[in-house]
Design a protein around this ligand. Structure first.
Ligand code: GLU
Length: 411
């Protein structure tokens, strides 16, 4: 399995070289500013005490407080969290929002835990990392297997420790306690805007274009919903339990109901059941990897038949696979642009928290649409001018912005 930290560092090295970045900045930005590993003892429902391991990596605070989600998964490890925090730095910089990059996680199996166990684990983790987070320091958010309820516990725990109501310590909260309109759908909404921007630029109609989505969590689900409404046909979907395919299209609303009720896409009736590997290799106009890192790698990249890949997950394509796809002329819209809708609306949420003044759903949506369009145009313009991939273009823009801040702030 490819190590995401190596993938992230390799991507950085290539973009830094293309940008002609000074040696000291190459060394500085190649590593996180700070990482923390914590031990989290939790009383389980059966009375046993289980010790979980948690991490928080803060890659760069040069452009603002570090920002990024918290994930709960059995494969969470320090290298993964470091990679994800570096990608957050580039993502915030490419969107030009005033944050740096961070990411956290706990190695655990949340699907096998009760809600009470997850709450106790979350609260204990936050008390352990409370000294390094805060509205002007580091601001967590949802990621794989965490949701608005988890963020509510984060906010409550931190507010109790700091001695005052502090909604701005975390984003992705429920609306009732300082969340933003549109935050929960934002990653999918951003994917949808990105795909529309791409076809607008190509002067192509989107009507009846086929879409395959790997992963049916928050990002996959909402991408499917918005794309289907626009006239795209969702032909294949997978989750951790398996994959389904129907060339005539899958009814997304029905599928969401099935998934919510049974926790698996495999219980959807009107589709053929196929394997999770197979679905990535089917012919399609658009492939959206919306699961975990490295799902498109040196083993399967040569078999990918999509025309366009839009990265909803963070780091779904390894460095080697990137090269193979480029040779095959498959266009890849990189994660740090494509899935930036989430952190963009997180930024809006933090601004609203800071001012205690809340926006309407329409205001949030218009601002997100504008932000995504501006970033997209910037990236495509530089990619075409320099004849480089969209990933390299996005990384170069981001690295230039972060290094400008570093030079001005000094050492
Ligand atoms: N976890 C999301 C991401 O990877 C959102 C981060 C945030 O909102 O801070 O972009």
């Amino acid at each position: 399995m490819d190590n995401p930290w190596e993938v992230a560092q390799n991507q950085f090295d290539e973009a830094a070289k293309l940008s002609g970045l000074e040696d000291w900045l190459c060394s500085l930005l190649r590593e996180p500013e700070r990482v923390m590993t914590v031990s989290i003892p939790v009383r389980m429902d059966n009375g046993d005490v289980h010790i979980f391991t948690g991490y928080r990596s803060q890659h760069s605070s040069l452009r603002g407080p570090t920002k990024g989600g918290i994930r709960y998964h059995h494969n969470v490890n320090l290298d993964e969290v470091k990679a994800l925090s570096m990608w957050m730095t580039w993502k915030c910089a490419v969107m030009n929002i005033p944050f740096g990059g961070g990411k956290g996680g706990i190695k655990c199996s949340p699907k096998k835990m009760s809600s009470g166990e997850i709450e106790r684990m979350t609260r204990k983790y936050i008390s352990e990392i409370a000294c390094i987070i805060g509205p002007t320091k580091d601001i967590p958010a949802p990621d794989v297997n965490t949701d608005p309820q988890t963020m509510a516990w984060v906010m409550d725990t931190y507010s109790r420790i700091s001695g005052g109501y502090t909604p701005g310590v975390v984003t992705g909260k429920p609306l009732e306690i300082g969340g933003s309109e549109g935050r929960n759908q934002a990653t999918g909404r951003g994917i949808y805007f990105t795909i529309l921007n791409y076809f607008k630029h190509k002067k192509q109609s989107v009507d009846k274009k086929n879409v395959i989505i790997q992963g049916f969590g928050n990002a996959g689900k909402y991408s499917a919903m918005f794309l289907e409404k626009e006239g795209f046909i969702i032909t294949g979907v997978s989750d951790s339990t398996g994959a389904i395919y129907n060339s005539k299209g899958i009814d997304v609303e029905k599928l969401i109901k099935v998934k919510n009720k049974t926790k698996s896409v495999m219980n959807y009736k009107d589709a053929e059941k196929i394997s999770v590997n197979e679905i990535l290799e089917l012919k399609t106009d658009i492939l959206i990897p919306a699961a975990l890192e490295s799902s498109i790698n040196s083993v399967n990249a040569c078999r990918i038949k999509a025309n366009l890949i839009c990265e909803a997950a963070n780091g779904p394509i390894t460095k080697e696979a990137d090269r193979i796809l480029e040779d095959k002329n498959i266009v890849v819209i990189p994660d740090i642009l494509a899935n930036a809708g989430g952190v963009s609306v997180s930024y809006f949420e933090w601004v609203q928290n800071t001012q205690s003044f809340y926006w309407t759903a329409e205001e949030v949506d218009v601002r997100l649409r504008n932000l995504m369009e501006k970033a997209f145009n910037n990236i495509i313009c530089i990619a075409e001018e320099k004849n480089i991939s969209l990933r390299m273009s996005a990384l170069m823009i981001a690295i230039n912005r972060v290094s400008a801040a570093a030079r001005l702030r000094g050492v």
